[in-house]
Design a protein around this ligand. Structure first.
Ligand SMILES: C[S@@+](CC[C@H](N)C(=O)[O-])C[C@H]1O[C@@H](n2cnc3c(N)ncnc32)[C@H](O)[C@@H]1O
Length: 228
C-alpha cells in the first residue's frame, strides 16, 4: 500500500468506526439500481464488482436484484462491518486498483463515489477508470458516479470537485466509450426521484444551468470497446 492509500484507508477506518453514509431508503435504492441495470441491459445473474463498497449497502441491493456481487474496499473497518451486516455476500479488503487477481472480469464495475476516480485531477480520473476497465468482460459496463459543482474554478480552499462540463465528457479513457450520460442529479434528489427520472436529459439540463451552490452528482456509463 503506498502512503496516500494508507491515509485514505486510515481516514475511512475512522469514518466507519463512527458512523456511515446517509444512504437512500432501500426501496429507492432498489429502483435506482434496477433502472441502471435496465439501461445497461444487465442479464440476471451477471457479475457485478462494487468498488469502494464501504459497508456493503449497494452490494446488498445488487444481490437482492439477483446479481452475483463482489464488494471490495480498502478500509478494514468497512469490510468487517459489511461482513457482519451481510454474511452471505462476498467482500474483499484491499486496494481495488491492485488487489484483484489478474483476469478477474465482471459484467458491471460499479464505481459510485470511488475515491481515486472522484478527484479534481482529470488524468487521475482517466487512469483510474482505465485500470478498472481491465476488470470488465468484453462489452461490460463501468458505471461511474462522482461529484462536481461544475464551476471550473479550483481554489486552494476547494473542498469539492469543480470540473467543467467538457472535462466530464472527457473522463472516458480511450479503452471505453460513453454509452450513457453524462447525467446530472443531486444527491438529495435521489431520495425523492427514481433514477429513471433522474437520469434524463431535461433534469440534467436543469441542474446544469441552475446556479445552485451545492455539488451535483454526475453519472456516466462507459462500455469496454471490443479491442479493450
Ligand atoms: C466516498 S466513499 C463511497 C462509498 C460507497 N461507494 C457509496 O457510494 O456510498 C469511498 C469509498 O472508497 C473506498 N476506497 C478508497 N480508495 C480505495 C481503493 N483504492 N480501493 C478500494 N476502496 C477504496 C473508501 O474506503 C470508501 O469506503
Amino acid at each position: 500500500m503506498n502512503p496516500p492509500q494508507r491515509n485514505i484507508a486510515a481516514y475511512y477506518d475512522a469514518f466507519y468506526r463512527d458512523g456511515d453514509f446517509p444512504h437512500y431508503s432501500p426501496a429507492v435504492t432498489r429502483s435506482v439500481l434496477a433502472a441502471l441495470s435496465r439501461k445497461i441491459g444487465l442479464p440476471p445473474g451477471a457479475r457485478v464488482l462494487d468498488v469502494g463498497c464501504a459497508t456493503g449497502y449497494y452490494s446488498a441491493a445488487f444481490s437482492e436484484l439477483g446479481y452475483d456481487v463482489t464488494g471490495i474496499d480498502i478500509s478494514t473497518t468497512a469490510i468487517e462491518t459489511a461482513r457482519q451486516r451481510h454474511p452471505q455476500l462476498r467482500f474483499m479488503q484491499g486496494d481495488a486498483l491492485a488487489s484483484l487477481p489478474e483476469g478477474t472480469r465482471f459484467d458491471l464495475v460499479f464505481a459510485f463515489g470511488f475515491s481515486p476516480a472522484n478527484t479534481e485531477d482529470l488524468e487521475q480520473v482517466r487512469e483510474t477508470l482505465r485500470q478498472l476497465a481491465g476488470h470488465l468482460r468484453p462489452g461490460g459496463t463501468l458505471a461511474f458516479l462522482g461529484g462536481s459543482r461544475l464551476t471550473g474554478s479550483v481554489t486552494p480552499s476547494s473542498d469539492w470537485h469543480n470540473h467543467r462540463w467538457k472535462d466530464i465528457t472527457g473522463f472516458a479513457p480511450a479503452t471505453l466509450r460513453v454509452t450513457g450520460g453524462p447525467w446530472l442529479t443531486h444527491f438529495r434528489c435521489l431520495h425523492l426521484l427514481p433514477l429513471s427520472f433522474s437520469l434524463s436529459a431535461p433534469l440534467t439540463h436543469l441542474l446544469r444551468w441552475l446556479p445552485l451552490p451545492f455539488e451535483r452528482r454526475i453519472v456516466l456509463l462507459l462500455r469496454a470497446t471490443p479491442s479493450a
